[in-house]
Write a protein that binds this ligand. Structure first.
Ligand code: AMP
Length: 435
């Protein structure tokens, strides 16, 4: 089917090598329109093959000597890196250059890559604007603009940045919007920034959600961790992402798990870019648990995630769908497990209604796990543990610096001044702009 799309030979060869035999639904519908030069507004979820749906037509249309011909904007750094990877893979037999522009990494390196003749610019809004203002990015030459995961960009408050970037781009260009949902606000923006766009609606996302079995438990705040332990111990997930609402909760779970001898990696916006990438690589290569905040893990394409665990429930059912979309990608099956507090019970019905799925209740006997938690706190000093986390100040980490002189050794126990196994290194993170 790709064969009949009139694509460059180099692209067809790459797709063949990547084992992309048939286009996915979104590719089938969007690519022909994009190849005709049409503006498109595509409603499609991560996991549907949407990245290739905008990368293929761009690669098919750009010439080697065309500098800065395409700009792809994503809400997070990880997504920008992931899109770049797809560009490089599908473009592996072409001599086009792509550069990823995002905060938390060397700006000089990015400037060098642009000056070296990058054809495709992929980045997050903040750093893109920075480079535009420094006149390192020449927006006059942009022929293709992609906004990926637009709804997330709006949720993250990037609306003004997006409008700024769009206002600097040439009027004569092809614009492609990709979003899992198209609320009124996005419709409004597309009216202003596209030219007779064609709407493509792919509801494959619902299929993704349907291939997942959904479970939940109800726990009081103090029992949430015991419930998590029960799930991990009894369901034995092969590869799980554990979502938390705050960086502090993610840190906490990570510390406790490591202390209990479980292998897990951590990913949130308070960590340096290097550490985030390191965690992601470790997770891809074998560590079977990733503890993450929403923003850091959005849109990630990780193979074979078997379980999505929502340690903290999301109040927005849309966010639930985004999170569980990390598992069961491309039609594989997976499990989602959410821990609701008593006050959050109503969310079960909201999610069921919104995602058209059924959440099944799981009951655990928590006694062993409560004991385990009590032992943990006894050994490490609950008060000390909580205080150290509060001091590290993750949820308002603008003030946090890894070498804060006021920060005390984390995990100092209250039983005779012995230090626990916690290492202060765990808190040596740089503050980053996102999340
Ligand atoms: P995306 O929605 O872009 O994040 O893609 C989800 C996953 O589908 C990625 O792992 C892609 O490599 C894979 N994928 C995309 N298009 C195809 C295709 N036509 N055939 C097989 N796999 C694909």
């Amino acid at each position: 089917m790709f064969d009949s799309m009139n694509l460059r030979k180099e692209i067809l060869t790459a797709l063949h090598e990547m084992k992309f035999e048939e286009p996915t639904e979104v590719q089938k519908q969007a690519i022909p329109l994009e190849l005709e030069g049409k503006d498109v507004v595509v409603k499609s979820k991560t996991g549907s093959g949407k990245t290739a749906a905008f990368v293929i037509p761009i690669l098919n249309s750009i010439e080697k000597n065309e500098r800065q011909a395409a700009m792809i904007i994503t809400p997070t750094r990880e997504l920008a890196l992931q899109v770049t990877e797809v560009v490089r893979e599908i473009g592996r037999h072409m001599q086009l250059k792509a550069v990823t522009i995002y905060g938390g990494a060397s700006i000089n390196y990015q400037i060098r890559e642009i000056r070296n003749g990058a054809n495709i610019i992929i980045g997050t809004p903040g750093r893109l604007i920075d480079l535009m203002k420094r006149r390192e990015l020449n927006t006059d030459s942009i022929r293709f603009l992609v906004l990926d995961e637009v709804d997330i960009m709006l949720d993250m408050g990037f609306i003004d940045d997006i409008k700024y970037i769009l206002s600097k781009l040439p009027k004569k260009r092809q614009t492609m919007f990709f979003s899992a949902t198209i609320p009124e606000e996005i419709k409004h923006i597309t009216l202003n920034y596209t030219n007779n766009p064609i709407n493509v609606n792919i509801d494959a996302g619902e299929v993704t959600v349907n291939t997942i079995q959904h479970f939940y438990s109800i726990a009081s705040g103090s029992d949430k961790f015991a419930t998590l332990l029960a799930y991990l111990n009894e369901k034995k997930p092969e590869k799980a992402i554990i979502f938390c609402k705050t960086q502090r909760n993610a840190e906490k779970i990570h510390s406790i798990m490591q202390n209990m001898g479980m292998q897990a990696v951590l990913m949130h916006g308070g960590l340096s870019q290097n550490r985030r990438e390191h965690s992601l690589n470790m997770f891809k290569e074998g560590v079977n648990m990733l503890i993450a905040t929403n923003v850091a893990a959005r849109g990630l394409d990780i193979d074979n995630v078997s379980d999505i665990i929502n340690f903290d429930a999301e109040t927005d059912p849309k966010a639930y769908v985004h999170r569980v979309g990390r598992s069961a990608r491309m039609g594989k099956s997976g499990k989602a497990f959410t821990i609701f507090t008593h006050g959050e019970k109503y969310l079960v019905y909201e999610i069921e209604n919104y995602a058209k799925v059924k959440l099944s209740y799981l009951e655990f006997d928590l006694s062993t796990y409560r004991t385990k938690m009590n032992e943990f706190y006894k050994e490490n000093g609950k008060q000390e543990f909580e205080t150290a986390l509060r001091r590290s100040n993750f949820s308002s980490n603008r003030n946090f610096r890894g070498n804060n002189p006021h920060r005390r050794e984390f995990g100092r126990s209250n039983n005779g001044g012995h230090y626990s196994k916690f290492k202060r290194d765990r808190f040596k993170h740089n503050y980053s702009k996102e999340d």
